[in-house]
Each structure stands twice: as structure tokens, then as C-alpha cells.
Design a protein around this ligand. Structure first.
Ligand code: ATP
Length: 289
């Protein structure tokens, strides 16, 4: 039996950092939503008791550094699974991009193995296990739209945001989330209005959603990597209604309602940025399997 799963990317409509905790993590408040750009995960049982990662992307580790490997290992150890599994990862989401690709692969692996190994775990239980792998994995287990707090693992579900196009543009650089947090100065940050964004989502008010996009990590990444600021400017110039960096970057996304604007922004970015995607919000959560 083979199991195929989709592992969609997320974007941050808001990302706020409240303070640094005694345990070294940052206390965050983020509104995240899934978009229809997804990796494909293929799970197949192996007779030999091993976890095998098959990926043809040179940026994706094929050993225990892979978050999907860690997901399988956690379930194997916790539930005493003696059989092996091959995890095929067809990468579509750019790597180290601020789109939670690795976390989403781990979440899809947890959900797929829950079926393959008949574990009968609920989404809440899988999300709790996911939090041990990484702060974004819990959100990725549910998908949809949510407010994530704590270090990102506490999830409050939100309704879907107003429908629109999302143009994603990733410059060739990869950004380390750890490095961005290390360089963040919490004093003097311009915090996004998270409550106003929640209200915009609840009332499906597109203009208000655009007005309240905000990400405090831009203060670090835009300084370290000027090309990210340039892409933001280009997107604005070509007519995106609102533009923001996702996660710790470097991917920038622009929102637009109309097809014509979406085409104009995509065409404008060609030649300037090699990875450009036009996708839709999947805020309601997608049929992930
Ligand atoms: P986030 O938005 O959660 O910070 P990201 O999108 O910035 O994540 P990822 O694409 O998850 O970053 O990759 C970050 C690093 O994690 C990569 O450089 C890679 O070495 C490692 N990694 C581990 N597992 C995976 C995976 N399944 N896919 C991609 N990268 C992975």
C-alpha cells in the first residue's frame, strides 16, 4: 500500500515577536494561512526496519536532519513500530524560503504514517507530536488559517481569509531562521496589529487584510539581504495591493484581487527573480490527502 500526501506551504499574514523567553525561544504571535503550492510526499512500507528518504533536490537532506525523517522516527519510537518506510519527497516549495516547506513535509509524514501504521491518532495528537519536531509543524498538521502563539505551536483556528491571488517571489538566496532571530532587536519594533488582522479575516474584508499585513522579521532580513527589499519594491511598482515577506524570508508575497494585476506582477518580476509562483489562498484547509 502506497500513501500519497500533499504538503502545502504557508505564508504569514502577520508575524510578531513579543519577547525572548527564559528557555531561549521567542514568544511569537503569527497569523498563518496555507497556499496551494505543495510538496508531494509518497510513503511506502519497507520490509527492512529503516527510514529511507528519497528526494532529488540537492538542498534537501536525506538523513536524520530531514524533518520528515524525524517525524517517522518519533512515531516509530513512541509506538514501537518495527517495520520500515520509504519517504519520497517531491519538492515544489522552495527550500529555506520562509514557507515552512520542511515543517509541512513533516506534518504530511505524520498524517500519512498515522494511516499506514493504523495508529488512530487525532489531529490534535499529531499536532502535539509535531511540536517536538519544530514550531511550525503543529500549524502544518491542521493547515487552513490560524493564530499561532507560544513559540508557534499553540494553534487557534480562524476562518478563511478573503479570496485573492498570492504571488510568491523567492530570490536565489536561502535564509537561516536561526540567524534572523539572533539578529533581531526586540526594542523599538513596529508591531503588527494582530487583532485588526483577525477582525479583517473574520469579516472577510480584503482591504483591511491588506492594510494590516506585518512582519517584524523584515527589520532584520531586509537589512541583511537588500535583494528582498528590492523585490518588495518591484511588486509594489507592478501593482500588488499589499506586499510582505513571509516568515524569516527571503520569499516575498504580494496580494491582488484581479487576474490582470496578477499577470502584470508576475511578468514584471520575470528576469528579475527566478522563482515566481502565482497561487491561491487555501485558507479553509485543503483536502490534504
Ligand atoms: P520555516 O518557514 O518553517 O522557517 P523554511 O521554509 O524557511 O521554514 P525549510 O524549507 O523548511 O525552511 O528548510 C530549512 C532547512 O531545513 C533547509 O535548509 C534544509 O537543510 C532543512 N530541511 C530538513 N528537512 C527538510 C525538508 N523536508 N525539506 C526542505 N528542507 C528540509
Amino acid at each position: 500500500m502506497k500513501i500519497m500526501m500533499k504538503a502545502p506551504a504557508k505564508i504569514n499574514l502577520t508575524l510578531d515577536v513579543l519577547h525572548k523567553r527564559a528557555d531561549g525561544y521567542h514568544e511569537v504571535e503569527m497569523i498563518m494561512t496555507t497556499v496551494d503550492l505543495a510538496d508531494r510526499i509518497e510513503l511506502e512500507p519497507l520490509k527492512k526496519d529503516e527510514i529511507k528518504i528519497i528526494s532529488h533536490n540537492r538542498f534537501v537532506p536525506d538523513d536524520k536532519r530531514n524533518l520528515a525523517y524525524q517525524a517517522a522516527m518519533l512515531l516509530k519510537e513512541r509506538y514501537g513500530i518495527r517495520s520500515g518506510v520509504s519517504i519520497g519527497i517531491e519538492k515544489v516549495i522552495p527550500v529555506a524560503a520562509g514557507l515552512a516547506g520542511g515543517s509541512s513535509d513533516a506534518a504530511a509524514t505524520l498524517k500519512g504514517l498515522n494511516k499506514l501504521w493504523n495508529l488512530g491518532l487525532s489531529l490534535d495528537e499529531l499536532a502535539e507530536i509535531g511540536a517536538e519536531i519544530g514550531s511550525d509543524v503543529s500549524f502544518c498538521v491542521y493547515g487552513g488559517t490560524a493564530l499561532a502563539t507560544g513559540r508557534g505551536e499553540k494553534i487557534q483556528h480562524l476562518p478563511s481569509p478573503p479570496n485573492c491571488w498570492v504571488v510568491l517571489a523567492k530570490p536565489t538566496i536561502g535564509v537561516s531562521t536561526a540567524e534572523v532571530y539572533k539578529n533581531l532587536k526586540i526594542n523599538g519594533l513596529r508591531h503588527p496589529d494582530t487583532r485588526a488582522m483577525m477582525a479583517a479575516i473574520e469579516t472577510k474584508n480584503y482591504d483591511e487584510m491588506c492594510a494590516h499585513l506585518g512582519n517584524v522579521l523584515e527589520s532584520v532580513t531586509l537589512k541583511l539581504y537588500p535583494e528582498v527589499a528590492q523585490i518588495k519594491e518591484q511588486m509594489e511598482r507592478f501593482g500588488a495591493d499589499a506586499v510582505l515577506m513571509s516568515g524569516s524570508g527571503p520569499t516575498v508575497f504580494g496580494l491582488m484581487r484581479h487576474d490582470s494585476r496578477m499577470h502584470r506582477v508576475c511578468n514584471g518580476l520575470r528576469g528579475f527573480c527566478d522563482q515566481v509562483y502565482a497561487v491561491r489562498l487555501l485558507g479553509e484547509g485543503m483536502p490534504i490527502d
